[in-house]
Design a protein around this ligand. Structure first.
Ligand code: NAD
Length: 424
């Protein structure tokens, strides 16, 4: 059984604001601009009833937050998890603003979610909850306003229900209203694996800059959902050695390598759990142990707040690539830096998902679809060149990669704000 990090000094919102404030200080932003960017532009909280299979009514709570729309319509995922609350959604919306800016996407940041464990719902309950939530946030979203995508606990099927619900309200099909949809209704090839693929491209570029090869590099991955399992597959196919993976129930570790990642993915899909029968009994480790493994690359790809001031000292990985949003809390950054662990921050490391979501939106608006090879090539070019800008900024002006990425991102949003001016 996995024990998650319990010593979380700051919540996700405090962490997000702390990273922003550090950049604001460095960019010498005035108080007005700081206050504007530290707060959400608009927030919607909804409570709505869903008819359960047993005939009862259950009330669920959901949110959609627009952090900033200065650079364009807002973009960000919808999360279904029991941990969803307004502060978490605010934090994740703010991260999306910086992520879109650092990747040069013409979007602002948003996030949303419902406080629910989707695994506890039947298919019918999940569909009714999704459609009702979609209807509740209907006035907030739209292809020119706010384009949601999948995140933890949601997937292409959920996006299909939401796109259909929104289209019904408009009276015609609006494929560009959501991204991460099935390809049969305007989804993009390459979107499902885009975040994991982007994590790989960024790590490959970082390794290239260090004069190292990913061949044989040891990798531990926390979380084996969309992001974690795709990253495991792609790193392994490129010759890296994936030695540990985990999900919310358990973690498996083999120092010589876990072998066939496709078989682990198939086991998770078919049996609902990670395979352990071919591993030695001692190869079950706790989540805390996974985070402290002596590996070259650690990819936290599950929840925020996993590496904190309490466990950062135990991390032995040479590099952390933030697959999840906010997995390293503010107070852990300095400890990791002091110990020589490089952190590639979420706002660039996991930007592959929103980059290909952008491609999906563009394709839907034009009703003209690209081939997967083209998508993957464009993703590689965009994310590597964005990462290069971050490392150049770090070289020129110092600090960590996170400091550099935030300076670029916040600077771009400030520039857009100044160019537009303040209404009225
Ligand atoms: P997912 O729901 O597909 O998978 C989440 C995984 O995390 C599951 O394997 C789950 O078992 C595991 N998990 C949950 N609690 C855990 C715990 N305590 N310890 C270990 N594992 C645990 O979600 P996802 O889409 O893969 O998203 C994962 C992270 O990546 C989130 O932080 C999300 O915001 C971020 N992210 C996702 C995308 C995307 O395109 N899906 C893009 C950018 C960032």
């Amino acid at each position: 059984m996995i024990h998650t990090a319990t010593h979380v000094e700051a919540g996700p919102l405090e962490c997000a604001v702390c990273h922003f404030e550090q950049a604001a200080e460095r960019l010498q932003l005035d108080d007005g601009m700081r206050a504007m960017l530290a707060n959400s532009r608009r927030e919607l909280s909804v409570s709505f009833p869903v008819k359960m299979d047993d005939g009862s009514l259950q009330v669920f709570h959901g949110y959609r937050v627009h952090h900033n729309d200065t650079r364009g319509p807002v973009k960000g995922g919808l999360r279904y998890s029991l941990a969803v609350n307004l502060d978490e959604v605010r934090a994740l919306a703010m991260l999306m603003t910086w992520k879109c800016a650092v990747a040069h996407l013409p979007y602002g940041g948003a996030k949303g979610g419902v406080t629910v464990d989707p695994r506890g719902l039947s298919e019918g309950e999940l569909e009714r909850l999704t459609r009702r939530f979609g209807s509740e946030i209907g006035s907030f979203i739209g292809p020119e306003r706010d384009i949601p995508a999948p995140d933890m606990g949601t997937n292409d099927r959920v996006m299909a229900w939401l796109m259909d619900t929104y289209s019904m309200s408009q009276g015609y099909s609006v494929p560009a209203s959501f991204t991460g949809k099935p390809t049969s209704i305007g989804g993009s090839v390459g979107r499902a694996g885009a975040t994991g693929r982007g994590i790989f491209f960024v790590t490959q570029e970082a390794y290239k800059q260090l004069g190292l090869s990913l061949e044989g590099a040891t990798v531990a991955i926390q979380g084996f959902g969309n992001v974690g399992s795709t990253a495991a597959r792609i790193f392994s196919a490129a010759g890296a050695n994936v030695v540990a993976v985990s999900d919310s129930a358990e973690a498996i570790y083999d120092p010589s390598g876990l072998g066939d990642i496709d078989a682990i993915v198939a086991s998770k899909r078919e049996a609902g759990r990670l395979p352990s029968e071919h591993l030695h009994p001692g190869d079950h480790i706790t989540n805390a142990e996974l985070l402290a493994l002596p590996v070259d690359i650690l990819i936290p790809a599950a929840l925020e707040g996993q590496i904190t001031g309490a466990n950062a000292d135990a991390v032995k990985a040479k590099m952390i690539v933030e697959g999840a949003n906010g997995p390293v809390v503010c107070s852990a950054d300095a400890i990791l830096e002091g110990n020589g662990t490089a952190v590639i921050p979420d706002i660039i490391a996991n930007a592959g998902g929103v980059i290909v979501s952008y491609f999906e939106w563009v394709q839907d608006l034009q009703s003209f679809f690209w081939e997967e090879e083209n998508i993957n090539r464009r993703l590689e070019r965009m994310i590597k060149s964005a990462f290069l800008e971050v490392t150049e900024e770090q070289e020129q002006n110092g600090g960590s990669l996170r400091d550099a990425a935030y300076r670029l991102a916040v600077g771009r949003v400030v520039e857009a704000t100044e160019d537009r001016g303040i209404f009225p």
